[in-house]
Design a protein around this ligand. Structure first.
Ligand SMILES: [Zn+2]
Length: 318
């Protein structure tokens, strides 16, 4: 097989791919997304070749339209073009409206999840929306009826949001140089133990990410081994290595119990009324960036990150 043959073929194809203006009036077609659209029957002719377009016109429409010539033919073409563009803008508008309805249900699901409301509340919210529309803009009822806020939809949306956040965190965790973990255990209303794993990671640019990495129900026992397994699973999920782990903070553990210099300094400043007043006066006198240092307590141990950050920012004054 010679090389020149396929090259020649490609050249011919390229030549034929351009839509020629005269086709519009000859065959009542218009160009749409690289194809020819028949304005008479809305069929598309996939190949932009005059032969294909002419064949479509001759077999389907020429009997009815070939007698139209000159000005009549141009007018017919204009009418057809106008109606197709109206149709197209209607479909685009419909697509946007559906998009808006999906966005509403996603945002409402987000609000419900953030407020810790039951997913079934979505149905009540929909009823409220309908009441408002009935009173204020009944002509838009169809639009609002499209919003899906059933418990199943809300649950699915919240799952989508959750997996989106997880994926974002997996992406960021890829760049972590080091990370530390905070573990907290609490019991929900059914007395099931929930293990919360918070992660704080830092990348090469010293950007810090702090996020709830996982929340898992511990069924049965809550021994050290059970907790270790959960942590190990979480590290696998985020593709993190044990040797990147810098610090683990646990509820009631020794990490922040007052032996570290930061904690004892903060406690020295904050635990005595006089010290604290003097410190605040001093900060305002030197016009420090922050008016105060947050208190560190065992109960609010999750705020330790904020305490450390503020301590670092006020280190000169301290
Ligand atoms: Zn046609």
């Amino acid at each position: 097989m010679s090389l020149s043959k396929p090259q020649k073929k490609r050249k011919v194809d390229l030549e034929c791919r351009a839509f020629k203006a005269e086709w519009s009036e000859n065959y009542f077609v218009t160009e749409l997304d690289g194809k020819a659209l028949c304005l008479l029957c809305s069929d598309t002719i996939a190949v932009l070749k005059e032969y294909n377009i002419r064949r479509h016109y001759q077999t389907k429409h020429s009997a009815q339209y070939s007698q139209l010539t000159g000005k009549e033919r141009s007018q017919k073409l204009e009418t057809l073009k106008r109606s197709i563009s109206l149709q197209r803008s209607f479909f685009t508008k419909m697509k946007n409206e559906n998009k808006a309805a999906s966005k509403v249900s996603l945002r409402v699901a987000h609000l419900l999840a953030k407020e810790g409301k039951p997913f079934t509340d979505g149905e009540l919210i929909k009823s409220c929306l309908i009441v408002a529309v009935e009173e204020m803009c009944p002509e838009k009822m169809d639009l609002f009826n499209n919003i899906s806020l059933s418990a199943r939809t809300v649950a699915r949306r919240v799952e989508d949001i959750g997996s989106n956040i997880t994926n974002q965190l997996i992406n960021k965790a890829n760049d972590f140089e080091w990370f530390s973990l905070a573990l907290d255990e609490s019991t929900d209303i059914t007395d099931t133990a929930q293990l919360l794993l918070f992660i704080r990671g830092v990348n090469a640019d010293f950007e810090v990410t702090e996020e709830l990495a996982s929340m898992n129900s511990l069924r049965g026992t809550t021994t050290g081994e059970d907790i270790f397994k959960e942590v190990e699973e979480m590290l696998t999920k985020y593709n993190l290595k044990w040797n990147q782990l810098k610090c683990v903070t646990t509820d009631g553990g020794k990490n922040m119990s007052g032996t570290e210099p930061v904690v004892s300094t903060v406690n020295f400043i904050r635990s005595r009324g006089l010290n604290h007043r003097q410190f605040r006066d001093f900060l305002s006198e030197v016009e420090a960036e922050y008016p105060d240092l947050p208190y560190h307590t065992a109960v609010r141990w999750l705020s330790s990150g904020k305490v450390l950050l503020r301590f670092f920012e006020l280190r000169a004054e301290i």
